[in-house]
Design a protein around this ligand. Structure first.
Ligand code: FE2
Length: 161
């Protein structure tokens, strides 16, 4: 990597790998969630995530780069941690509270990744691509806010019982 263009390319590939891994992991989180709103949140974010993956493919197509070729080790680690947690949760309430915690770690990781990608796209003069990446960034913020509301609303309180 020699310049910002190379670094931008690397970031896009990293995000692409992250989205692909998340598409595989979200159904397991949905399946293990007990609260219907939480299940719904995972299901709708799965559809969003598939669209985000497609968005990255389109962006890479425009830039004439291959989106694959990177393995996002951070997302791999976050998913491993979520899977380990699922095996350790002893009851429904703890499962839901912990799934929210794991999912928010994932969202925060993606928010930081897309935030960087938007900035690089702007700096490199790719205004249209920056707008596309911003759409994903907004979706990740919304997903995180939705999880926040679920945690604040009831799920953490129920887990105290
Ligand atoms: Fe995403």
């Amino acid at each position: 990597m020699k310049n910002l263009e190379d670094l931008f390319e690397h970031q896009l590939q990293d995000l692409y790998s992250a989205e692909k891994q998340l598409i595989k992991a979200l159904p397991k989180m949905e399946k293990n969630a007990n609260n219907s709103k939480l299940k719904e949140a995972f299901a709708s974010h799965l559809e969003e995530t598939k669209n985000q993956k497609k968005r990255l493919e389109d962006i890479c197509d425009q830039l004439d780069i291959d989106p694959s070729g990177e393995k996002c080790k951070a997302m791999e680690g976050l998913i491993k941690e979520a899977e380990a947690f699922i095996d350790e949760a002893d009851n429904d309430k703890i499962m839901d509270a912990g799934l929210i915690a794991e999912a928010q770690r994932v969202e925060h990781y993606e928010i930081s990744g897309y935030g960087t990608a938007v900035r690089y796209a702007k700096e490199l003069g790719h205004a249209d691509i920056a707008k596309e990446l911003q759409k994903t960034l907004d979706e990740e913020y919304n997903a995180d806010n939705k999880l926040d509301k679920l945690a604040e609303g009831r799920l953490n309180k129920e887990a105290m019982a």
